[in-house]
Design a protein around this ligand. Structure first.
Ligand SMILES: [Zn+2]
Length: 321
């Protein structure tokens, strides 16, 4: 995947980072109503030796904070001081969502549905524009860090682009507990990168607004696995997680609530399931009914909704085989 890599300058928003240099670059986006300037911070680590350029991005959804913490810990530990190639680190893309505890920017738009973006467009489109035209031209491959939306807790998993072998290889190398193919969503970051033939894998771990230590550690381990595969680092500290191999899921589906009520899961996230086994139940507050949620086939549960009060049709479990 990385045969033609060469030593290069990395230039973002007019700032050049030469081989052997590290630099913190800021792209100004907009002011808060109080006048405070908000800029997107980007760290560039350019090694002395040639190699590919990796993008590690967090906080595209402002309330999905595990990725922000994964990147912060890796900065603190000096993990991006690589031997070859370059790493572009974008710890928190949607700062506006982050400070509002929100997935979106304040006008309700989703940055991940606003790519490739518009220079003078809505706030979400402006953020997307800077990533598309300032960052992506420098990138050979990337990892986009997410969590489940709302209180849906994703057991650590990688999503790769179906029909793109390079992204499948990266998914295998990352070695999360599960991985599976998904199709490209219109106007998403991954689609914008795919249009430039840049393979991106999406890491999903934990839920929004809540640190999940296991998902954070799996995320760090996976990024290190990819960096080692790309020749950027030679060894990985054995304190991290070891696994035989990631489980490929070839089909997956949501199990939804048959009725409104209180949802009580009966299985642990990430566990295997046998066809017909009771995964949880939805009951009313007076114990007059109890609807069982059963496994549709032999497989795995890899997302559980931690919301206790649910409505008919709410996603309860994401399962696959
Ligand atoms: Zn997300």
């Amino acid at each position: 995947m990385f045969e033609n890599s060469e030593n290069k300058n990395i230039t973002i928003y007019g700032e050049t980072v030469k081989p052997g240099e590290d630099k913190w670059i800021k792209i100004p986006i907009d002011r808060l109503p109080t006048g405070t300037m908000i800029d997107i911070p980007i760290y560039v680590f350019n090694a002395g030796k040639p190699g590919p350029t990796l993008l590690v991005q967090g906080g595209l959804h402002g309330d999905e904070i595990n990725g922000v913490e994964i990147i912060r810990r890796m900065l603190f530990e000096g993990c991006y001081k690589i031997k070859s190639g370059a790493v572009i680190v974008l710890p928190l893309l949607n700062i506006f969502g982050f400070i509002h505890f929100s997935r979106q920017v304040p006008d309700g738009k989703d940055v991940n549905r606003s790519f490739p973006g518009v220079k003078n467009g809505s706030l979400a489109a402006r953020i997307a524009y800077q990533v598309t035209y300032e960052v992506l031209p420098q990138v050979d491959f990337g990892i986009d860090l997410h969590t489940g939306g709302g209180q849906r807790n994703n057991h650590p998993q990688i999503r790769y682009t179906s029909g793109m072998p390079e992204s499948k290889t990266l998914a295998e190398v990352f070695n999360a507990p599960f991985y599976f193919a998904t199709s490209l969503i219109s106007k998403s970051f991954r689609k914008a990168a795919h249009n430039r033939k840049i393979p991106i894998i999406v890491y999903e771990g934990g839920e929004s607004m809540r640190f999940d230590e296991y998902a954070i550690r799996e995320g760090i381990q996976g990024i290190l696995n990819v960096m080692k595969y790309a020749g950027m680092i030679h060894t990985i500290d054995p304190m991290w997680i070891e696994r035989e191999g990631s489980t490929l899921l070839t089909s997956h589906k949501w199990l939804r609530s048959p009725t409104a009520g209180m949802f009580v899961p009966q299985v642990l996230n990430g566990s295997s399931m046998k066809k017909g086994a009771i995964l949880g139940f939805v009951t009313d507050t007076f114990a007059t009914y109890c609807k069982e949620i059963k496994a549709p086939y032999n497989g795995f549960v890899f997302c559980i909704n931690n919301q206790a009060v649910v409505n008919q049709g709410d996603a309860l479990f994401h399962v696959g085989k």
